[in-house]
Design a binder for this molecule. Structure first.
Ligand code: MG
Length: 259
């Protein structure tokens, strides 16, 4: 016996009210008035494109783009002849640490809570070991260094490996790709919040995803500044960066434990 027609009919009958529903009822009257749906509907953001080995995806539609693959006009560093134009090398859609020319930092700061996206790549040719292998670093204003290192089959002290907060917090896991492969950091920065009495009602924290894997979760280190830019470290190794953007976040304040 074939039960399929009966099953299909039953399914149609049971699901059809959903499809027949008046679109206006999405307001869920009682909890959400139509006016609240209008006024509190989350903003539409076009998500980033998929990053591939060959090419980064486009930044989301509401992002502040700091490097789009073409130039370092939004960065400053130690330039030649007293200039602050960075000497790091821009090539093929990325830029690369130029040994001995110092850190580079964004000219602009991002106010308040924010999300940063950074793509980086350590040299395909492996030289050195431990901290001497593909070392650089990401500093978001007021937070510890998020270590950049070739940590693929490369032991070092755990709070100094890739995606550790340098000498502050060990990465939850080692999510490293191999040398010469593009990797991603997505970093969520929550700034310290104070109440009217000046007491901290929410500590600053930092969350890091390395290649999409959570490696630091709401670690209460840093975040006392109200704003900050991004700084990248010259540790002498030719580490590459591309597709760097930030988004401002508006997130509810969560009271600190015990408050
Ligand atoms: Mg470093």
């Amino acid at each position: 016996m074939n039960y399929r027609p009966l099953f299909t009919a039953t399914l149609f009958v049971s699901l059809s009210p959903l499809y027949a529903e008046d679109p206006a009822s999405v307001s869920d009257a009682g909890r959400w008035s139509k006016e609240r749906v209008q006024s509190e509907r989350p903003a539409v953001v076009t998500p980033p494109g998929h990053t591939t080995a060959a090419k980064p995806g486009a930044a989301p539609s509401d992002a502040l783009v700091f490097f789009d693959g073409t130039n370092l006009s939004k960065w400053k560093g130690k330039g030649k002849d007293g200039s602050d134009a960075p000497q790091w090398l821009v090539k093929d859609g990325h830029f690369e640490v130029k040994r001995g020319t110092g850190t580079v930092q964004t000219r602009d700061q991002v106010e308040g809570d924010c999300q940063w996206h950074i793509e980086w790549c350590t040299p395909a040719e492996v030289k050195g070991n431990s901290q001497g292998r593909g070392n650089s670093g990401v500093f978001i204003g007021g937070y510890p260094e998020v270590q950049v290192l070739d940590s693929f089959q490369n032991d070092t002290y755990p709070d100094g490996q890739a995606s550790s907060l340098y000498k502050k917090s060990v990465a939850l896991v080692n999510a490293s790709r191999g040398p010469g492969q593009w990797q991603t950091y997505d970093i969520i920065c929550i700034r310290e919040k104070k109440g009217a009495d000046g007491k901290v009602i929410q500590p600053g924290s930092i969350t890091v995803l390395h290649n999409g894997i959570v490696t630091q979760f709401a670690v209460q280190e840093g975040g006392k500044q109200a704003s900050g830019g991004l700084q990248l470290q010259d540790h002498g190794n030719p580490v590459r960066y591309r597709n760097i953007w930030a988004r401002k976040l508006v997130v509810p304040t969560v009271a600190a434990p015990g408050k």
